[in-house]
Design a protein around this ligand. Structure first.
Ligand SMILES: [Zn+2]
Length: 111
């Protein structure tokens, strides 16, 4: 994944973007720690689809186990969480292209 700043090309993998108020002070935006340029997160469609999907699946599973009377053991729950983390890792590693930009310039701000 390409974590370079769209303004100054500083690598933001280690130097995380900072949060600051926008000039109007109405909302919090991400800013590059090197040049101060406004940034927006740029999630890949696979990520956008995956994470709400996982939440829905967990919710569905909870409702299902509530209705069916099937008890999920603590071990089973931990295993399930481990699977979800592994899947999230795999989605990022396999589906998101290496040159996918993690951050783009925030177009809603004036600079
Ligand atoms: Zn920058």
């Amino acid at each position: 994944m390409n974590t370079a700043c769209p303004h100054c090309a500083a690598d933001l993998r280690l130097r995380k973007p900072v949060r600051r108020s926008d000039p109007g002070g109405t909302r919090r935006i991400l800013a590059c720690p090197a040049c101060g340029g406004a940034l927006a997160l740029h999630p890949h469609p696979a990520e956008k689809f995956f994470f709400p999907g996982v939440l829905l699946a967990l919710l569905g599973l909870n409702i299902y186990s509530g209705f069916s009377g099937i008890k999920i053991s603590p071990t089973g729950a931990v295993l399930m969480l481990a699977l979800i983390f592994a899947a999230a890792f795999a989605v990022r590693r396999l589906l998101v292209p290496k040159d996918w930009r993690r951050y783009v310039a925030d177009r809603s701000s004036k600079d």
